[in-house]
Design a protein around this ligand. Structure first.
Ligand SMILES: [Fe+2]
Length: 275
């Protein structure tokens, strides 16, 4: 687990607010942990900054990024550097891996490959090394975390359909697991009768006490659920709830930055449509 040591505080803690450079104020022995879980920033600095601003308005104890810091948009370096100022765990996504591995490029779309090649140019060797060294999975207490899926995380499987979700649940040993990768938020429940159902993808959702749940945190920088607002989740262990938070941000500025960087037009345009 790559736990990043805080360097520059983003902001002095205000009364009742959490300073994101030291969010783990209550890390040890905390019985009622609240986590913020975010994923798929994809070099979108405007979206990432807006999400961090939103996080400053809520109370939480720990944070984790589920990967894909790099790729697609215009600010891989700034997003990575900002991420590394936070006291957060970070997992590796397929775009982070692609920054250091050519093989995976064959499985990617044209705009994705262009975004990866751009990130390679923008990131120093030490930054690329940081991405290469990130773990693919993490476990904290009874919570599991992965970018794609727990069964063969290196295969970067998308958990969109029942067969793939069932294969994931077969190796999920704890009651709650978080993932990203599809950029589509949601909660899936595997009941005691082996049935899988969706519990929703918005607002605050109460999690069942039996069975297992898989929570997709959506995407900060490139949502694909037709809602262009940045997305992340807050998990409250004590209340056994997960809340999907949607954060509007300056999409036009993000699009302009993408175009100015010479990246594909579609990478900019899709941000307006959340797809
Ligand atoms: Fe992604």
């Amino acid at each position: 687990m790559n736990s990043v040591t805080p360097s520059v505080g983003l902001e002095k803690p205000g009364s009742g607010l959490v300073d994101l450079s030291t969010p783990n104020l209550y890390r040890s022995g905390m019985a009622e942990e609240t986590w913020v879980v975010f994923s798929d920033i994809h070099s979108n600095l405007e979206a990432f900054q807006a999400v961090l601003a939103d996080m400053r308005t809520i109370r939480f104890h720990r944070m984790i990024c589920l990967g894909d810091v790099a790729g697609y948009a215009a600010s891989p370096k700034d997003c990575l550097d900002l991420l590394r100022t936070l006291e957060t765990d970070v997992l590796q996504g397929n775009h982070d891996f692609a920054v250091v591995d050519d093989e995976i490029l064959f499985d990617m779309s044209g705009p994705a490959v262009t975004g990866v090649r751009y990130a390679r140019e923008q990131l120093s060797a030490s930054r690329r090394d940081f991405l290469a060294a990130l773990p693919m999975v993490a476990t904290h207490g009874k919570l599991q975390f992965v970018h794609s899926s727990l069964d063969h995380p290196e295969a970067w499987t998308y958990l969109r359909r029942e067969p793939e979700i069932r294969a994931h649940f077969a190796v999920q040993t704890d009651p709650v697991c978080f993932c990203g990768h599809t950029h589509i938020p949601g909660v899936f429940h595997l009941g005691s009768g082996d049935e899988i159902r969706s519990l929703g993808a918005s607002g605050r959702i109460e999690l069942p006490r039996e069975g297992k749940v898989l929570i997709n945190a959506g995407s900060v920088g490139q949502p694909r659920d037709r809602n262009p607002d940045a997305c992340y989740v807050v998990y409250e262990k004590a209340a056994r709830t997960v809340e999907f938070r949607r954060v509007p941000y300056d999409i036009d500025a993000a699009k302009e930055r993408i175009i100015r960087a010479g990246l594909p037009k579609i990478t900019a345009e899709r941000l307006s449509f959340g797809k």
